[in-house]
Design a protein around this ligand. Sequence first.
Ligand SMILES: Cc1ncc(C[n+]2csc(CCOP(=O)(O)OP(=O)(O)O)c2C)c(N)n1
Ligand SMILES: [Mg+2]
Length: 382
Amino acid sequence: METKTLTPPKSGSGSGRKSKAEPQSTTKPSDLLTPEDCLEMLKQLYLARYFDVRLIKEKRRGRLTGTLYSSHNQEAILVGSLYGLNGTDWISPIHRDMPAFFIKDLRAGWDNPDRLGMSIGEVCAQVWCRSGSPGRARDNWSHIGSKSKRIVHSTSMLAGTIPVAAGVVLADRLNGGDAVVLTYNGEGSTAQGVFHEAINFAAVHKLPVITIVENNMWAYGTPVELECPTEDVATRAAGYGIPGLIADGQDVFDVYDKVMVAVEHARAGKGPSIVECKTFRAYGHGDHDDDRAARYRTKEDVESGRSRDPIAICKIHLVNKGYLTKAEAKKYMAENKHATQTSDEDFPPDVVSYMSKGIEFALASPPPPAEEGAMWVFREEN
Ligand SMILES: Cc1ncc(C[n+]2csc(CCOP(=O)(O)OP(=O)(O)O)c2C)c(N)n1
Ligand SMILES: [Mg+2]
């Protein structure tokens, strides 16, 4: 079955050496989204949030082990950046982006077995280290990928996937394809040498590499000002002669707009862009770091960083557009709550059942046999 495609609207991307390129026309890509698209984006925000909330609760209940890296408060970056992609485009998520694995190509149908994203069952099986997972219990988190689903295998080395992603779309271009790749990186990744090397290479060869920088102000316990000497990471784009765009990472439609400008630019053969999404990390680096994070960040900073919930902001847009009534907007109130303060009633029932089925799939899948542990480590000699 063919996956849905969205033709990026003409919006005049900054193709020159200007940084902070903004769409020039008054029509933004998001103005052309249908009411159904906008409501679907809200539902995907709920799904990403519920995935996070549910895993935190499962772990507290003692049904799950392993570190969780929360994407709470950063969901608009994932949903907004992925929504306009073609199924055949590539992504390379990292630890903060676990929902990206199943949100990719979700527009093609949540239960469409042919969509080019992982199933939520596979992702839950990965978290529970079961045999139904892509990683088959070698890891409980994001060190997975899929060639057929067009997801570059994530590695632990920060920014290390950018050169790999650049190679993937170079190969695609040589084979006559028009795929773009979105690589996700925290602002901490931008201090790595390979970040510059890879973007420089992509710029020289005009490769369709879109580097999303999720600037959540913290890299583990290091604040952004100790990683980056400029106020914005995106201004570095000028040094490579490529567009650098800044998105409000709390606003799913602003992220969509900026990423679609970059996608159009890349699809047209004009090369890479950096899209910096301003956001704030809601919890510790991982849940092992929650207690420590409460000491290295002030309560006031955390409260202010979390005050603009992406679900609430999306709802305001939908009410203003007339796609949602005020009463409908109040029906599910997941926003502005800590995971433990939420109940299933705060989420649409189809979101809860979708995730629940994913967990059921994971738990019905046995752990892989012990002898598998040494497989696929060394090249087998025949
Ligand atoms: C090259 C490298 N150095 C250090 C680490 C250990 N490490 C893993 S995640 C992380 C912090 C990442 O911060 P950031 O890039 O801002 O992403 P965030 O976790 O905030 O989403 C660190 C230091 C690593 N994986 N790779
Ligand atoms: Mg960070």
